[in-house]
Write a protein that binds this ligand. Sequence first.
Ligand code: BES
Ligand code: MN
Ligand code: ZN
Length: 492
Amino acid sequence: MDYSIETLPLNKPQNDCLIIGMFEELEPASAAHTPDHLMQILKDDIDNKRFSGKSGETLTLSLPQNGTLENYVIAGLGKQEKADGQSFRKTLSTAIKVVKENKFSSATSLLALAEHSGNDCEWRVRQTVEVFSDQIYKYSLQPPEEPEPLQHISIAVTVDQQDVAQKGLQMGMAIANGMQRTKRLGDLPGNICTPTYLAEQAIEIAETHEQLSINILEESDMEALGMGSFLAVSRGSRQPAKLINLSYQGGDSDQKPIVLVGKGLTFDAGGISLKPGAGMDEMKYDMCGGATVLGVMQAVTELQLPLNVIGLVASSENLPDGDANKPGDVLTSMSGLTIEVLNTDAEGRLILCDTLTYAKQFDPDVVIDMATLTGACLVALGRVPSGLLGNDDKLCDDLLDAAETSCDKLWRLPLWEEYQEQLKSNFADMANIGGRDAGTITAACFLSRFAEDFDWAHLDIAGTAWRTGQNKGATGRPVPLIMQYLLNRANA
Ligand code: BES
Ligand code: MN
Ligand code: ZN
């Protein structure tokens, strides 16, 4: 699939089909560029209420013209004064679905011409690439034997928008490619996507550019560092755990790095505190935080952002075994703090706490961790926003800003002192679970004790990293959010 920018007026012959946006006021967003004969037919469809311009509505037309058929996909943009980023993304995704269903091999999209509040042409082009690519993605273990029918998209803009559109295209491509890597890793089964596989992926990314360097910590290295908490999780697994450190140096050497930490549990059966069988397959997605870090590192490199970014992926399996850690076990973490394991299924925080301690040596500007950490986050927030918790208001506000721009939603939860009480243990400095109440918050409270020396934010992506049910699959979130945060930092 490739994308290009095309400037108006459109050249003949066109691609297989033309995608035209239409507001509910029944004004095409690109009236001046909509062919007259099409406008005539559209009036008829509108008069007969076959199309009203609502967001998410589409109409496909094939019109004979000069001896050939011209195909049009008309996509509703909603009410013009209410149109925003979110409704625009909905329009993009319904339009590309129709193009796919019709097996067109190429399309020209006029949707980026749809002016609406709060967004500019660069953003609209970028979103076109992100949303289209997201919809076109198809999981496959091997490269597919037959190429996808849809091969080319041109995005139409006016001549004076050409430069910003090119920038939007470049950003959109990098983010879409990063998301694609994240989604594929998420979708891969646990017997293929092991900690070793993730480490190999990181090596593959590192080899693409000299600004990247890689260091993979083996279990023996973790042992030497005293990562007793991390290693307790991997004890029950035959697959060796890995702590992947993929660093990108795009800024001056004295610029403090932004450290990204991802939970990379390639399969979470719960350990001795075994999960119920139903739906357990979905725990192959428990590495989506780590996959996000890898997708972001790839995109940052592709865009050559002038930042220093360190990506840490903490990767292990969590399985029951004769040698697995047990409820009641007491662990000593790298920080020296001791942990009583009350539930071996609360393993994400056990590998992340040592990784946060490890992050300290990089003298980070900020640390952002992302993890499919708690089922409680799904109960509280569903699958709409990721949960956000942190010890620094500025960092949290910056992330909320980035969420708004990228339409990759976030909702902040409190990290108040009162909740820390729930982690009290009679036998160690803390327990690894805090009881039934406020599970997402107490998980973050646990992590906060290992993040006291830097500005830190935690994203609980348990509800947002994958879809369940019929459309089961990884979403590539929160790659767009983190990329937006980094783009904002690069522009500051
Ligand atoms: N990976 C799970 C969290 C999870 C559960 C993500 C369901 C998405 C859907 C995590 O390791 C876990 O098992 N957490 C426990 C914590 C509990 C034992 C305190 C949970 O949420 O049940
Ligand atoms: Mn678990
Ligand atoms: Zn888990």
